[in-house]
Design a protein around this ligand. Structure first.
Ligand SMILES: Cc1cc2nc3c(=O)[nH]c(=O)nc-3n(C[C@H](O)[C@H](O)[C@H](O)COP(=O)(O)OP(=O)(O)OC[C@H]3O[C@@H](n4cnc5c(N)ncnc54)[C@H](O)[C@@H]3O)c2cc1C
Length: 606
């Protein structure tokens, strides 16, 4: 099976040339230490760790999976050692506050690390990834004692964390949560209930696991307004911070699932477990969602990373495997047949993967700059600024999470297709990437829920189209600047048209929704995908503009690099972007075609 290679050239092109991260970091207090040298060293070292330590465990972890033995979960061979190396390298605290043992680097540095780790081995990256969610929650909503007790070991990676939301009857609709929290005389709570699908709920990588749990207090209002948030540690910490007595929270079962088999997905039973309230009573959901944008961008990586991995392997294969002759004449006359890469249809598949991986990466890095500003404003206590960036990020997050994970599935399927029947055979690893990626459109809010969040909440309800107007203004201004450039003009013209169309579509959907409430749900997916294609088009024009400039004036990369960037941008505009028009048409079609069929008549069985 091939191995992962960190795409450092592409990453550096985006970071240094397209988005000018070195200057961006100079504007941040946390960026003081993120000098170009440090950035370079971190990228190189993280790339090495991912290539040499995590990538070799990718397939073996899938084969072996996790095992439950008398309540303990055993992770696959090599995971413990790899996790120890991760801890020793100080990777968990890369972007965590220095006050709690972190390195205090900007949030975006953590995202780069997550991208590489997640691409090399998504299952492994889930363990530290979930801990980050717990760390953020405690950092934002915990009291001083809770921060002191939990944040240092979590930041060091000695302890792990989870997010326990889902229950058998509800995943999306958390207003139905039933887990109960009864107050005790000593100020703690007794939690009783069952959570399912809990990633990293139980495992052998850390000495303690800190569960962040949604539960209901007695007499709490019904629905989402009656949910509170609790810290429930696997082992209760003593006053000295060391792990103490075992808490009544146990793993009842491991889910048997399609992919990410080395990531433990647990049924967690809380049997009068000791928990501590975090944040105000009945405001658990608000607390949980404070950093949801950053968590969801983390999941959006799962669209980009697997697209990259699958592309790397498919490209190697397409260069080696031979089949028939290219239609335009023999390309390798000395060989028995031409290699796959000479066939236009195989190129279509490879370039689609490449355009998704590199276009998606650009979307992530664009958003990560906003996340840096938001996190910094939060830690400075500048609520107004934090909200401003949270709003900008809030508009992009569902697009990133929904669109990129959907396209990630497409890209990994194409990678498998390039391998032909061999793609279906486990040995080559392509089917594993397909299986592993599939979950990304489901957890952290399904694509349907991202689409509703985007259209229903961010675009229509809270801003009456303002979010689209603000973003498209920026995009249109950029496109206008490139109308006179010969290589960029066709793309700039197309992008400009799309910015106008995006606003028009928003208004039309808004008007239709006033007459028919089902319109929002009916149009949401098409609106999300349309928004994704246009946002990615913006990212491709940005890359093309830099590549064109560097071609003329010289840059750190080779001419071939810039030429290929321009060619990929052209490919994206001419072959993938036209899909936006299908979504535009579909989103405006009447709800009648969805709602007129009776549920009982949908199947023609007995
Ligand atoms: C491998 C794995 C790991 C996970 N890790 C965690 C974890 O660590 N912690 C955790 O708490 N949970 C976790 N989950 C749970 C996951 O977040 C949920 O499965 C997900 O949120 C969807 O919820 P559900 O499965 O209940 O689907 P449902 O909510 O039942 O949704 C079913 C379908 O209906 C659609 N739908 C639902 N409501 C609406 C609506 N109002 N309008 C339109 N469409 C709607 C959805 O989009 C979806 O297509 C994990 C799940 C898996 C499989």
């Amino acid at each position: 099976m091939p191995a992962y290679k960190a795409p450092l050239r592409d990453m550096k092109f985006l970071l240094n040339d397209v988005f000018d991260y070195p200057r961006h970091y100079q504007t941040l207090a946390s960026g003081e230490n993120a000098t170009p040298d440090i950035m370079d060293a971190i990228l190189t070292e993280c790339g090495r760790f991912c290539e040499e330590v995590l990538s070799p465990l990718y397939q073996s972890g899938d084969e072996e999976g996790c095992h439950l033995s008398e309540g303990d979960v055993v992770t696959p061979k090599g995971y413990k050692e790899a996790y120890q190396q991760y801890v020793m390298g100080g990777w968990q605290g890369l972007s965590a506050p220095e006050a709690f043992g972190g390195q205090g680097l900007p949030a975006s540095m953590g995202l780069l690390k997550q991208e590489m780790m997640g691409t090399a081995n998504w299952s492994f990256s889930m363990y530290p990834g979930l801990s980050l969610g717990a760390m953020n929650t405690i950092y934002l909503h915990g009291d001083e004692q809770q921060k002191q007790t939990y944040l240092v070991p979590l930041t060091e990676g000695r302890w792990g964390g989870t997010m326990c939301l889902t229950e058998p009857q509800c995943g999306t609709d958390l207003g139905q949560v039933k887990t109960r929290a009864e107050p005790r005389a000593d100020g703690s709570y007794s939690l009783t209930g069952t959570k399912i699908f809990i990633s990293s709920g139980e495992h052998d990588l850390t000495e303690n696991i800190v569960h962040i749990v949604l539960a209901r207090l007695p007499d709490a209002p019904k629905g989402t307004r009656g949910i509170s948030l609790f810290i429930v540690p696997k082992f209760l910490p003593g006053n000295d911070g060391a792990v103490g007595e075992r808490n009544a929270v146990t793993c009842g079962a491991l889910e048997k699932k399609m992919g990410i088999k080395a990531s433990a997905t647990c049924v967690m039973n809380f049997d009068g477990a000791t928990g501590y309230l975090i944040g105000p009573e009945n405001q658990g959901l608000e607390c949980m969602f404070t950093f949801m944008n950053t968590a969801r961008i983390g999941t959006a990586i799962q669209g980009v990373g697997p697209a990259e991995l699958s592309y790397q392997w498919a490209l190697d294969y397409a260069k080696e495997r031979r089949s028939m002759r290219a239609l335009s004449g023999k390309k390798e006359p000395d060989q028995v047949a031409d290699s796959l890469i000479h066939h236009a249809d195989v190129r279509r598949m490879l370039l689609t993967q490449k355009a998704i991986a590199e276009g998606g990466r650009a979307m992530l890095y664009y958003a990560a700059k906003l996340a840096d500003h938001m996190v910094e404003a939060h830690s400075d206590g500048d609520t107004e600024k934090a909200e401003k960036y949270d709003d900008k990020l809030g508009f992009l997050t569902p697009i990133l999470k929904g669109f990129l994970t959907e396209l990630g599935c497409e890209a990994t399927n194409l990678g498998m297709q390039v391998f032909g029947g061999h793609g279906y055979i486990r040995e080559h690893g392509m089917e594993q990437i397909v299986r592993d990626t599939r979950i990304a459109t489901l957890y952290e809010g399904t694509t349907g829920i991202q689409a509703l969040d985007l259209l229903g909440r961010k675009v229509l309800l809270t801003t009456q189209g303002g979010a689209v107007r603000d973003f498209t203004l920026k995009v249109a201004n950029f496109a206008r600047k490139h109308l006179t450039s010969k290589p960029l003009r066709p793309m700039a013209v197309e992008l400009l048209k799309l910015t106008a169309q995006w606003n028009l579509l928003t208004v039309r959907v808004m008007l239709a929704a006033r007459k028919d409430r089902d319109v929002v749900s009916a149009a949401a997916n098409d609106f999300l995908m349309y928004s994704g294609y246009v946002t990615m088009a913006y990212m491709w024009l940005r890359q093309a503009a830099v590549a064109s400039d560097k071609q003329e004036n010289g840059g750190d990369e080779s001419d071939a690099f810039y030429r290929t960037k321009l060619a990929t941008a052209e490919f994206y505009y001419e072959r993938l972007l036209p899909r936006a028009q299908a979504h535009a048409t579909s989103m405006l079609s009447p709800t009648r075609n969805l709602m007129q069929v009776n549920g009982e008549d949908m199947a023609f069985t007995d």
